[in-house]
Structure formats: structure tokens, C-alpha cells
Design a protein around this ligand. Sequence first.
Ligand code: DMJ
Length: 568
Amino acid sequence: MARSRLVTDHGIWKYFNPAYFLGRTKRLALLFILFISVSMVVWDRQTRARDHEFEVSKLNKHVLRLQLMLGDVKGVKEDVTVRRTLKNVKEDPVDAQRKQRVKEAMIHAWSSYEKYAWGKDELQPQTKDGVDSFGGLGATIIDSLDTLYIMGLQEQFHKAREWVATSLDFDKDYNASMFETTIRVVGGLVSSYDLSGDKLFLEKAKDIADRLLPAWDTPSGIPYNIINLRHGNAHNPTWAGGDSNLAESGTEQLEFIALSQRTGDPKYQQKVEKVISVLNKNYPADGLLPVYINPDTAKPSYSTITFGGLGDSFYEYLLKVWVFGSKSLAVKHYREMWEKSMNGLLSLVKKSTPSSFTYICEKSGGSLTHKMDELACFAPGMLALGASGYDDSAEAKKFLSLAEELAWTCYNFYESTPTKLAGENYVFNSESDMSVGASSNILRPETVESLFYLWRLTGNKTYQEWGWNIFEAFEKNSRVETGYVGLKDVNTGAKDNKMQSFFLAETLKYLYLLFSPTTVIPLDEWVFNTEAHPLKIVPWKDQVNRGQSNTVQQHKPTITLRQRRFGG
Ligand code: DMJ
């Protein structure tokens, strides 16, 4: 006690004792002035820090704007690598502005993924974390590589490339979907190789493709749809009753043929081309295959026929391999099969009442179901792309106008809901046109994909307007601070918690290209895989002995759709 008193009464400690100031008014006043001065200095510093932060955030926004502009200049440089120059291309100012807005959306989606889910397959924006929906292969990174490249987002592209170099590991004890892995991972990597010339992407594509190859080792050559990436054992899901699914078994041709062409190793091409020859042996007269096939016998099982989920991209690839094979004799059978299937498609086409919307039915056991998936909205784009290949110009016109009618229907899938975003599928009832069936929207690309093809091939700016309206609806309903989410219900706008990797791979890429000059990824030099990864058309070599002549003979279109080279 005595010691503590001594301490407070002497030295510096006395100033902390209020009793000391009793009767020492001058000192008290001095202390007060000192206190006020210190407070003002502190307050001033805080205000300055706040002002500084505000200035920094303003500058950051400015830097972002400059980066976007710089990206455009770099974009010009990169377009040279895709063998075109934008020199002399006069961009429509509205298109240019819209393109910038889509690019900004990509930056938002990408930076949210970078911040909350880096290395995971997909971002969950609401819970601000990631989820491994595809076995932990960084699906969003691989799916985004070429979009970043095409948009001129170099810094982001290089960071993604570094992740592929240092962290991408396929040696996983994981039962992967060989379809999803092919279209996203093999497709994304080969496309990045084609765009950048960086061998790393090709090596990685080879690594994953080698792990998928045992899936084709079945008695018929029709692949199993699930394969373990480490052990290579393959099977079909039990819910499919042991059968393989049509779309999942017939949507690997572009990626694996491209891989054989680029590596010089025919094994990839052989496996996937065999699937088509096997199916072609008993191809039905109407070219419509049910969605399940027995992998032992290659015989179709009794099941639905559809251009929606489970059927869709099989038909898409018949046409695209024909384009990818430079429309040569070697790929003639793909075109023949596709034309048969398009005649079959005509038998599924109906018109709604009272508004006469054209739609594609499904078929089960000989009878039509008046239901159409949004997934089937890839068909207008496919029909437009294939129309110019008909020898008969009347056929070409017929299929192009069918494409245009279907695109109008698909656009109305969006326009007709309160959020202006499409539901997952629609039912058509007599006298009431269409109504939403499954009401979710998971940021799918098919309609904007078709609008992109129709815009490129017809030059009709209406398709750009429709695409812009859809983009604005995504901005309004799906954009959140931490990325983009789907909707659980397009009627109420209730949000889900997933930013699908195809939103960055496809939806935003097709929207960006919809407002870009047509010299960017021209359709006579590139073919988009079903995940929107562009693959470069290269001279078709006969890597596989198909037992037929392989003379490259260009198929001459009887009508030329507008494949304009310069934007307008
Ligand atoms: C994508 O993975 C591909 O477009 C596939 O062909 C269908 N499903 C999604 C997008 O909806």
C-alpha cells in the first residue's frame, strides 16, 4: 500500500492522479488543450483515411474501366492469333457497349469464383463457398479458360493457366461422368490449346482423355457413361437399368477426333467414330433414336425420343463432325444420318394454338408428348448451321425458316414469365399456347446459343435484341454481390445457390460473341463443342482406316447463308 502511494505521488504517475490538479487550474487548462489537440489530430487522420479509401475505390473502378478498354486492345491482338484482324472493322457502337457489359458480367462471375471457390468445381454464391460437382477438377476454371482468352482477360487467363499447370490433378478415385468430363474438361483444354498454342493444355487433355478411354471397352463399342478416373473401371448408373444414354454416348466425337488430330495418335478418334458406325448400321429410317441403348448389343431400349435432355447433343454432333471434317467424303455419313434425323424431327414439330408457336414434341411408344425442354432450344442454332448444306435449296430454306420459328418460341419461353427468364421446360395445351412445366432456371445457354448462330448466319439484328433482353433479365434476377445464381422459380424469382460452370463457358461466351464482330471465331474456321468450346477446323487426315475414300471434297451449298466477316 505504502509503495503504491509512493508510485502515484511521484514521477510521471502524479499526472494521472485527479487530486494533483486540485488548485492547479493552469495545468488543468493545459491538459484540456492537449486533449482537444490530440483528439483533433486523431479525428483528422481518420477522416483522411476515409477520404483516402474513397479515392482508392474510385481509382480501382477507374482501373477496372481502363483494364476493360485495354482488354479490348489486347483482344484485337489475340484475334490475330485466331487468324483474323479487326483492322478496318467498324464496330456498331451499341454492340460495342453491350459487349463491354457482357465482359463486365464475366469479370464479376470470375472474380466471385476466384474469391470464394478457387479450385473448386463450382461457386455457391449464397453460402460463399465452392462445391465439387465434377470430382474436384476445377471445372469452372477449365470451362472459363477460352472465354477469358476470347474476351482478352489476359491476367485472369494466366492465373487460370497457372492453376492448370500446378494444381490440376486427374488422379482421383472418383466415378466421373465421361460425358461431362469430355465436354467440359477435354473440350475446354483442347480449345485453350487451339487458341493459345500452349502445349500444357494439350498434355493435360491427353492425360484426362486416356483416363476416360476404357469407358469405350464394351462388347458393342457403345461406351459406359461412368468411369473411375484413377482405376478406369466403367459402368452405367443403376437408374438407367444398365443402359447407356444416347446423348452421353454420342457427344465425344469432336473432342476425341480433335485430340487425335493434334497428337497424331488415332486411338481417340477410333473409339468415338466406332460409336457412330455401330449406330449407323441399324439407323432408323426417321433418324430418331430412343434415349437408352444397350452397351452389349447396341440395340435401343424402349424409351423416349427427344431433342431435349438425354437426346439433344447426339444430333448436334452428327452435324458438327461433318462441319469439323471439312464436309468431306470421310464424314459424309454423319451428314446423311443428320439429314435423316432432321426429317424425323419434322414429324415431331407442332404449332400451338392460338398463337401458332412452333415447338418440338417428345415421343414415347409411338405417341407424342406436347412438352419441350429449354435444352431443346439448341435446335434452332443447329438447324441454321446445317441448312446451308442441303443440295436442294428448297430444303435449305425450309430448315432455315423452321430454325427461325423455333427461335421465336424459345425466346418466348423467356418473355412469357414474370422474370423474363425461361423455365426448364414447357407444356403445350390446346387453346392456351405454352405454360411453364418445371419452373427452375439454372443459367442455361441454349437459347442464346441459337440466337448467336442465327445472328451470324442471317445478319438479322432482331436476334441481337432478343439476346440483349435475356442478358438484362439475367442481370436483374440472377446477379448477386457474390456472383450469379439460378432461379428456383422463374415465376417468383426465388434464387438458388449455384453458379453453373456453363454460365461462364457458354451463356456469357455466346452473349459476348453475339455483340462481337463476326471475325471473332468465324464459323467457317471453328466448330463449337456442346459446351461452347471452339475447336479449330484443321485439314482432315485419315488417322483411322474407315475403308472409304478420304478425298477432301467441299460440299457446295446451294444457298449461301450470310456468313458476314465484318460486324455491323
Ligand atoms: C451444358 O453442359 C451443355 O450445353 C450440354 O450439352 C447440355 N447441358 C449444359 C447446358 O445446359
